[in-house]
Ligand binder design. Sequence first.
Ligand code: HEM
Ligand code: SF4
Ligand code: SF4
Length: 505
Amino acid sequence: MERAKTYRKPGVTERLWLGLEKVLNLLTTSAYNPFYYLGAISIFFLWIIFITGIYLFVFYSISAAGAYNSVQYLTVNQWYLGGVIRSLHRYASGGLVIAALTHGLRHYVLDRYKHWRWVSWVTGIGMVLVIIVGGIFGYALVWDQRAQFIAISLSKMIESVPVFGMPMSISFARIENLADQVFYLLLAVHFFAIIAVTVLVMIHLGRVAKSVINPPKVMAYGLVAVLFLLSFLRPAVSSGPANLKALPQAMPFDWLYMFMFPLMRYMTEHELWLFIVALVLIVSIIPWLTAEKKNPEVQVTKENCTGCELCREDCPYGAIQMIKRTDGMPYELEAVVVNKRCASCGICMGACDYKALNLPDLTEDALKAEIERLSTELAGAQGKKVVVFNCAKGAWPDGVLEAGGRVKGFDWARIVTLQCIGMLQPSMLSIPFENGIDGVFISGCRMGDCSFRSGNEWLVGRINGYRTPVVKKSLDRSRIGTAWLSAVEKDAMLKELGQFHKNLK
Ligand code: HEM
Ligand code: SF4
Ligand code: SF4
């Protein structure tokens, strides 16, 4: 069986995850599947936290004596506005942790976290840490029983690190020492968290070209509606005021932000620190611990490059830079590849009309020769014939794909495998037709979930004539079929292929 180097049979967890998304796609369609927008949803929650936070800050009294009452005023006296805003702030913060963790886990399960993606991975972990610290300090600001519990637990942990010494414990231990400065400190850390997350988001997306940072409008309205609903059904409230003369009493517990404190019952402070540091370190270096050999990066044939910039425009990871021409050719610019950013997806090959880009393990000439060979071989067969361009990351005809691109039960088809469907350069699409083939079927990842972020979208743009280089107008579009499906949807892909063949004139 012929397989592209990038084809990797999805593992059990990956199949389960994609299976869940497949079910959700039936309800939402790919265009509105929340799993495809988890990063954008996280950013949306950050906006809500930021905006509602400004309102809360205006009313907040930065003092030991006034903090609790100022929050109570919003919650009780101004329940219709301040109370709702407090609840939105709280629930958006919960939503943020859930969305960010699910987004990170999804990247792990779907194997989208190594090599060129390491910066996003590591900064993602940094963001989760900062968000949790910021949230804990936010809870402390309310200065209720829960805040007291947090303050005591946190100061125990901080004191156990030699650098921090004694002052914090003195402040929290005796009410007469609880200085207003402590509240300035809590607020400063809470604010700093937002600034740090903003900077980290920028680094997170630094290598992700044209990143999707907003969820679709309908989804955004839906999220706001859910937050409002929660705010009315279960408004965020404080527990009793902090009383440092007594131990904190029963209080509502937020597992998303406070999960580490119960561990203090089973571990010393030092053991807890060790546990947290080890966990963060291990999760951060997972991309290197599990990395397999990377496919070779794309190479530029300088003498063919006209400096048209289409490759830079289409590269999903900003791996192509345009520099001033160095070889005296009559063009202003030339393309260069930043190897460490290159995903070896071949999308830039699909954008280049001048044979200036080649993946060493699948050059444009070799790919065109393969398409031609399979097409001419198939052209002699009886009946309608179809050449299939199949993405190695999408629905893969596992188990039925045979040597020479043949598919069991589909004698009229031959499959050409690409690293990413975005690699399909328009002139490649013409080859089967020029060689007597009746139809071309294109199969790639679900729209909105291309493994290389935008390959399928760019190709659709080329076929529909709004993205350069465009597919020739003279090609009969009714002879081009498409299926956008995930790696667990092989049967659906084969069914659609069969249907396309049946309907082909
Ligand atoms: C506040 C938290 C986070 C926000 C706001 C956020 C936001 C985003 C956004 C908007 C994207 C671009 C999506 C696209 O256009 O395809 C992205 C990509 C990415 N994120 Fe996050 N993220 C967060 C947390 C995390 C975490 C916790 C991890 C993992 C530890 C993570 C790992 C990644 C990776 C690996 C990518 C690259 C995707 C690719 O190359 O296809 N992110 N993130
Ligand atoms: S698309 Fe091709 S010709 Fe255009 S800049 Fe890139 S490498 Fe050069
Ligand atoms: S192979 Fe993919 S990641 Fe590498 S330069 Fe080309 S488009 Fe960018």
